[in-house]
Design a protein around this ligand. Structure first.
Ligand code: COA
Length: 187
């Protein structure tokens, strides 16, 4: 397997999205961030983050590098990219969270953009799925569309009718179209 070097740099290098498994020193801070939103056992979270690898599952973190350059970066946001056993060409994005003190500053968008770049651009997957209870408006702004619930466990392809969540997806075609439109505007 190729060695993945996944680093997306934004805002003059201060903000970067990196995989957690290449930045083990940030594991604890990442657990604290996720648990600040969805409290769960520290060990269970740590175990989940330690499963991150270059292929799926991958936990991505948005970090801010403060001065001095060798200071430990601050973990500002997290997203986990998970396998969907019934669809090897798709990915399920979950546990998307931005530090509550830094919401509304475009960080959630940045993290999702980096996640999409990784899923579509690097892993060449065809579809990103996610589910949400109350953040439909956020994901709609990023181009996600409503879809039927899917089964994210096991290999059965039957739709998942048991969930109360809203399901959304983005395809590689839509992602490519949006990128094309943006580059036209930029030029
Ligand atoms: C949802 C969440 C990740 C958004 O992150 P964020 O950094 O605040 O979002 P951004 O600032 O990047 O917002 C991007 C766009 O979405 C919009 N948006 C963000 N949250 C929104 C909300 N709750 N309702 C409506 N629009 C929203 C913003 O206004 C912005 O629109 P604009 O580009 O037109 O200005 C963050 O609020 C969060 O961590 N919430 C708690 C955890 C959670 O619920 N996660 C989602 C699980 S499904």
């Amino acid at each position: 397997m190729y060695a993945l070097i996944l680093v997306y740099v934004y805002f003059q290098g201060k903000l970067t999205v990196v995989p957690i498994h290449h930045n083990q020193e940030l594991l604890e801070d990442c657990v604290l961030l996720i648990n600040s939103e969805w409290p769960r056992s520290f060990s269970a979270r740590m175990w989940s983050l330690q499963a991150s690898k270059d292929t799926l599952p991958t936990s991505l973190v948005l970090i801010e590098k403060d001065e001095p350059q060798n200071a430990k970066p601050t973990v500002l946001a997290h997203a986990k990219l998970s396998v969907i056993p019934s669809d090897q060409e798709a990915v399920f994005i979950e546990s998307v969270v931005v530090d509550s003190r830094r919401r509304g500053q475009g960080l959630g968008r940045l993290l999702m953009m980096a996640s999409e770049q990784h899923c579509f651009g690097v892993l060449k997957l065809k579809t990103i799925y996610l589910s949400t209870i109350d953040k439909q408006a956020f994901y709609s702004k990023l181009g996600y569309q409503l879809c039927n619930a899917i089964s994210i466990f096991g290999t059965r392809t039957a739709p998942n009718n048991s969930t109360k969540k809203i399901w959304m997806k983005k395809t590689m075609e839509i992602w490519l179209q949006n990128n094309e439109n943006h580059s036209r505007i930029d030029n």
